[in-house]
Ligand binder design. Sequence first.
Ligand SMILES: O=C(O)[C@@H](CO)OP(=O)(O)O
Length: 238
Amino acid sequence: MARLALIRHGQSQWNLENRFTGWVDVDLTDRGRAEAKKAGDLLKASGVEFSACFTSVQKRAIRTLWIALDDMDRMWLPVTRAWQLNERHYGGLTGLNKAETAEKHGEEQVKIWRRSYDIPPPPLEKGSEFDLSNDPRYKLYGCKVPATESLKLTLDRVQPYFEKEIAPRLKAGESLMIAAHGNSLRALVKILFNVSDDEIVHVEIPTGNPLLLDLDGGLKPTSAKYLDEERATKLPTL
Ligand SMILES: O=C(O)[C@@H](CO)OP(=O)(O)O
């Protein structure tokens, strides 16, 4: 039976500051590092022997994976980095404080930008301090940096990557880890649990808390649990 562990990065500096982050390469806070270590403890205690890991090209996810693998004494596992697993791009909201933006535009509008399935935030202006179009990593990986993304647009890049690189290995019975981000993981949860466009609005993924799935041959979850039960959020029904 294949197992899949989905781990959102630990708390980042901009999670702490309550700022829209998206593709900005913000690092973990001390608490985020502690969450990553706890994720490693819990994965080790689960007894699952993983054969490979996937992560984004953003340091908060990469470092979470490093810390967890170090804790698990599995630093030798193969790791693949893919821009397709990046956080959703927050467009023109990038860098803004979420509470101040809600005061300015209203709670309802901010909720639509943050959690609606297919309404993207306004695009990021070209040449903005958060414009990453010339970042060497995206040139290296041959990625055209988006100007904004809804969850749907995020899923449109997560899904083909998952189906090509990850799903065949799970179908072959491998157990894999994915360390990624709130919204790239919401996209994966939407795919795996077959969540409707309306219901995905209510799915929140906690930081640094591994979600361990048992998958059948068609990659349908037969069991799903957050390993840190005290910090678990509600999962879609199986
Ligand atoms: O700022 C972001 O990039 C994400 C994840 O922290 O925030 P949200 O909760 O709005 O999806």
